[in-house]
Design a protein around this ligand. Structure first.
Ligand SMILES: *Cc1c(COP(=O)(O)O)cnc(C)c1O
Length: 387
């Protein structure tokens, strides 16, 4: 099976992990802060807080921004469930903003309308989480302008978008947001096995997230309720978690970062090759923003909704590990209990009926790409042989 996504591991990556295994520290050693600094520097953000997943980074990001019961968190329905679950973990209420029919990102137009309505009935969000779907940045300047007008905080879910650019600058610089979160799950651009990171320019948010990542414990006397009992002393001042990344994971991440730009460029070449090879087919190819560099985490095509299942099944039968990103989150049974109605998200609903994600990853071989093109073409152009 040619998967839709796959890690790209080099001998150097293996050596870096081996070095940690032979060292004094497996977790909480010197490599985690090294990885955090390298990634924050790459993004030109002031701070990086590494975690054991993007899901935990989203959770502590919400907590650091004081999300709690009675608050609203808004995000896109076209995302992985984690972008919304982080709000539920904090006891907040979730709402979704329908997507843009061209970029498949949260629609700024719909967001504007929804904010206007919510300002009237007192249901404005505390946090909005734009998701940079498939590695293409949302329009952050516009979302930021709305946040100033309506007073909400912004967490960018950039799980798909490490190595992407917005207005010529790296996604993750938090120029238009409070916090940005990346994922290092093996299907993402670079991997640490499991892992994530939050970047921010706020020292206060960084310190809060660092504490929440490790049980809410501090060793800083300034933050303690009394003078330390001795050198061994620490205090738990928040209810935190064990969301720490290990040195083993950080070493893999740090090593993977050396090839980040190469990997993003390779994904760009694969996307271009698909664009050319599939241009004559009666399908809709992904929108390519000429201004903002995508990291091409996903390559999503739209087909005739009446043929989607057939094309999908035929490709799977032929050994092409196609997938669908995403089932709109409001459709999940767990979210149905909150009363979401499909009619409120017409663009996401239509989108969901049409899409197929084709294999894209930096180690994809040219013969595999040609195999995908050949079998997709056969399936899309297949004649109907019975009614
Ligand atoms: C992968 C992903 C996550 C979760 O990442 P983990 O590291 O697996 O927790 C969150 N949001 C989006 C958009 C993702 O694609």
């Amino acid at each position: 099976m040619i998967p839709y996504g796959h890690q790209d591991i080099s001998l150097e990556d293996i050596q870096a992990v081996e070095n940690v295994l032979k060292s004094e520290f497996l977790t909480q050693g010197p490599v985690v802060p090294q990885f955090e600094r390298a990634l924050a520097e790459y993004c030109t953000a002031a701070y990086g807080i590494a975690t054991n997943s993007a899901t935990s980074a989203l959770h502590i990001a919400c907590l650091a921004l004081d999300l709690g019961p009675g608050d609203w968190l808004w995000t896109s329905p076209n995302t992985f469930v984690a972008s919304a679950n982080c709000g539920l973990y904090c006891g907040a209420k979730i709402d979704f903003v329908d997507i843009d029919s061209r970029t498949y990102n949260l629609s700024v137009e719909k967001l504007t309308e929804k904010l206007e309505r919510s300002a009237k009935d007192g249901t404005l969000p505390k946090i909005v989480i734009p998701v940079h779907f498939a590695g293409q940045s949302c329009d952050m300047a516009e979302i930021n302008a709305l946040s100033k007008k309506y007073g909400f905080k912004i967490i960018e879910d950039a799980s798909h978008a490490i190595g992407a650019k917005y207005c010529g600058e790296p996604v993750g610089n938090c120029k238009f947001s409070d916090i940005t979160v990346f994922s290092f799950h093996p299907v993402k651009i670079i991997t640490t096995g499991e892992g994530g990171i939050a970047t921010t320019n706020s020292q206060e948010l960084a310190e809060k997230m660092r504490r929440l990542r490790s049980h809410g414990i501090t060793r800083d006397p300034e933050l303690m309720s009394k003078r330390p009992d001795g050198q061994w002393y620490y205090q738990q001042i928040d209810l935190g978690f064990n969301y720490r990344m290990t040195d083993i994971q950080a070493a893999l991440g740090l090593s993977q970062m050396q090839r980040l730009e190469e990997m993003v460029s390779q994904r760009g070449k694969i996307a271009k090759a698909y664009n050319v090879a599939l241009s004559k087919l009666p399908i809709i190819l992904p929108y390519c923003d000429p201004e903002n560099l995508s990291s091409n985490h996903l390559y999503v095509i739209k087909v005739d909704p009446n043929k989607r299942s057939q094309i999908f099944n035929e490709l799977r039968d032929d050994g092409v590990g196609v997938n669908v990103h995403y089932i709109p989150v409001h459709r999940q049974p767990y979210y149905q209990q909150f009363g979401f109605k499909s009619v409120d998200y017409p663009v996401s609903e239509k989108y969901y009926s049409q899409v197929i994600s084709l294999p894209i990853y930096s180690s994809l071989k040219v013969e595999d790409l040609n195999y995908v093109v050949e079998h997709l073409t056969k399936s899309v152009l297949k004649k109907v042989d019975e009614f």
